[in-house]
Every structure is written in structure tokens, then in C-alpha cells.
Design a protein around this ligand. Structure first.
Ligand code: ADP
Ligand code: MG
Length: 327
């Protein structure tokens, strides 16, 4: 990686009339990072992405790219490119012309446009389909064409808004691997919006968890997963139990919860469901205070000492496995 391509939000705000969609968020993304903006529908992810792209005005605060304030530049002058959720390919143009389109807008001559579009199609393994119309492509192929089209301007930052949501589950996992590989090869920053925690965990070097127009927690993916700061983050990332104890609220990972004999553990519980998941068994139990927790046990551990719904058990965890939560 030659250039430092770090992106920064400083008190970035988006208002639509009186409604605040993005509320003064600040964050510094590492150079050449794969970052996911993660959060429930309506929390402000797309508004944030569109402000980076310049497709939406910035109401307050600023966006810096490599130290340069890009908040008010036209989209084509920012060094960013956007890949849309619906791919937005022109139906009447073939793949090659779709990919070359933005170069035509920039006045690049026909031979160079064709050569650079071919090079981008090569990058996403689509060169054999250059002559096809979008309607003659599968969902995955349309997505590759859209990727090539976004990358042809050689952006410093690629913006992707829910890029995998239109694909079936099998293809989604396959394209996820390819996106990650492409980002590594190009060494540029990818900012990928998703509401899927699995997708964010699988892809991202860093995640920014948003809730209600604000950043709830941000950092290296594993650091956030291992130590969620709030109940919202713990619940949203999944695989965590949020438990209210007399001494405060705790997050305990499902795979760190141990099932023991009744009276031989920190908490008493009664099994409410047992779900076989192949490699694991998810055992859910009611605990005091009308709460429920789920323990994820390896199939081996469970079947060596099987349990039944309605059985009284004890739930335990090692001291280091519980994290205190704020709110
Ligand atoms: P997300 O992508 O996380 O689902 P959005 O950024 O699309 O969230 O939306 C955040 C909030 O802003 C929502 O309440 C949404 O209804 C509102 N919003 C988004 N776009 C507009 C718009 N163009 N005009 C008015 N309100 C909008
Ligand atoms: Mg959105």
C-alpha cells in the first residue's frame, strides 16, 4: 500500500427536515481497511454512506479523506465510488459499455475506455460475458459487473450498500469471499453497509455498530465481539447472553456458558428448549428474573451427558468470560 487512504468522520450529521438521521458521529477508519457499518434498519447507515459518496448533502460536520475535506466536493472529485444494492446497471447497454460508462462521462477516449473496462472485467472474472445485456446475467454476474463499474474510476474508497442482500444464501457466502479477496488485492478501503452481523464478522477488519443515528461502538471486529460495551451491541452481534445480576448487567458468550448440576453453579436454571444444530446443541434455560439464556454446547459435550426440557440445571462461567455492560 503506497498512499495513506484514511477516511475520517468529524461530528458528521444528516438531517432530513427536523428528523436527525445521523447525529454527530466521529470515527477514524484505518488506511486500506475493510470496514462494515452495521446496525438495524433505519439507524442511519445508508445516509452515512451517501454522504461519503456525495449523493446526499452533509448537514453538519465533515468527512476527510487522507486529511482532505471532501464534504462538499462533487461525487466524481472525491476519490470514492459507490456500488448500489440493486446494481443499477443500464438495461440497454452491454456489460462492457456499462463498465466503461463513467469514463465516457469523464471524456476518456473510446479505445482507452474499452481497454480499461476489459481490464476491470478481467479482475472480476467477467470478461467472457462482456457482450451480454444485464437481463442476460444471473444475480451474481450482475453484481460483478456493478463492481467492475464502480472500480473503473480507481477509487481510494469503495462504498457498498447492502451489496449481498439480493443474492441467495449460497451465492451470498461465495461473493462475500470474493469481496474480501478483491479488497486485499486492491489495498483500498471498503466501507460496506449491512444489517447482517454474520456478514460483518466474516468480512470486516473493523466494525462500526450504529443505533438510532449514533455510533454505539466501533473498533477491530474481534475486539468489539469479545467485549461489547452495551446490551444493544451484545444482542445485535448475537452469540451473547445479556444477564441482569444483582451486581449489574453482564454479557456472557453462549459458548462460554457451562451446564452443570443444579446447585453447583452461579445460577439455577430450568431447560426450556434444546435445539440440535449439527456440530452444536443450543440449550435454552429460564433463569431467575424472568430471563432466558442460551448455552451453545459441542455435540460431544451434550451427548456425553444429555439433558431434557424441564430439567433443573446450574449455569456457570469462568470469571473472565463475563463482561459488565453499560446500559
Ligand atoms: P439505514 O440505511 O440504516 O436503514 P437510512 O440512512 O436509510 O438508514 O435512514 C435513516 C433515517 O432517515 C430513517 O428514519 C429514514 O426513514 C430517514 N431517511 C432516509 N432517507 C431519507 C430521505 N431522503 N428523506 C427523509 N428521510 C429519510
Ligand atoms: Mg440502508
Amino acid at each position: 500500500m503506497s498512499k495513506k487512504l484514511d477516511l475520517e468522520f468529524v461530528n458528521l450529521t444528516k438531517r432530513y427536515g427536523d428528523a436527525v438521521a445521523v447525529d454527530g458521529i466521529s470515527h477514524h477508519f484505518g488506511s486500506g481497511t475493510y470496514a462494515c457499518l452495521l446496525g438495524p434498519s433505519g439507524c442511519g447507515k445508508s445516509s452515512t454512506l451517501r454522504m461519503i459518496a456525495g449523493h446526499e448533502t452533509v448537514s453538519d460536520g465533515s468527512i476527510l479523506l487522507s486529511g482532505r475535506d471532501i464534504s462538499h466536493l462533487p461525487p466524481a472529485k472525491r476519490g470514492t465510488a459507490m456500488m448500489f444494492q440493486n446494481y443499477a446497471l443500464f438495461p440497454h447497454l452491454n456489460v462492457l459499455h456499462n463498465v466503461a460508462f463513467s469514463l465516457r462521462m469523464r471524456g476518456v477516449d473510446a479505445d482507452e475506455r474499452k481497454a480499461r473496462a476489459a481490464e476491470m472485467l478481467e479482475l472480476v472474472d467477467m470478461q467472457p460475458l462482456s457482450d451480454r445485456l444485464p437481463a442476460q446475467l444471473s444475480g451474481g454476474q450482475q453484481q460483478r459487473a456493478a463492481l467492475a463499474r464502480a472500480l473503473i474510476t480507481k477509487p481510494d474508497v469503495l462504498l457498498l450498500d447492502e451489496p449481498l442482500s439480493a443474492l441467495d444464501p449460497f451465492l451470498r457466502v461465495k461473493m462475500r469471499v470474493e469481496l474480501r479477496k478483491l479488497q486485499r488485492e486492491l489495498g483500498i478501503t471498503f466501507i460496506h453497509v449491512t444489517h447482517g452481523q454474520d456478514e460483518a464478522l466474516a468480512l470486516a477488519d473493523e466494525i462500526v455498530v450504529m443505533n438510532d443515528a449514533k455510533i454505539e461502538q466501533a473498533g477491530k471486529t474481534r475486539a468489539v465481539f469479545d467485549a461489547p460495551k452495551t446490551a444493544f451491541v451484545a444482542r445485535f452481534l448475537g452469540s451473547h447472553n445479556v444477564v441482569s445480576m444483582p451486581e449489574g448487567t453482564l454479557a456472557i458468550r453462549s459458548d462460554a456458558l457451562q451446564v452443570k448440576a443444579k446447585d453447583a453453579a452461579k445460577l439455577p436454571g430450568t431447560i426450556t428448549s434444546i435445539e440440535y444444530q449439527g456440530t452444536h446443541v443450543a440449550l435454552t434455560a429460564a433463569i431467575p428474573g424472568e430471563q432466558e439464556v442460551t448455552a451453545l454446547l459441542s455435540d460431544k459435550d451434550f451427548f456425553e451427558n444429555p439433558k431434557d426440557v424441564g430439567e433443573a440445571i446450574g449455569l456457570d462461567w469462568e470469571a473472565g468470560a463475563a463482561h459488565a455492560l453499560a446500559g
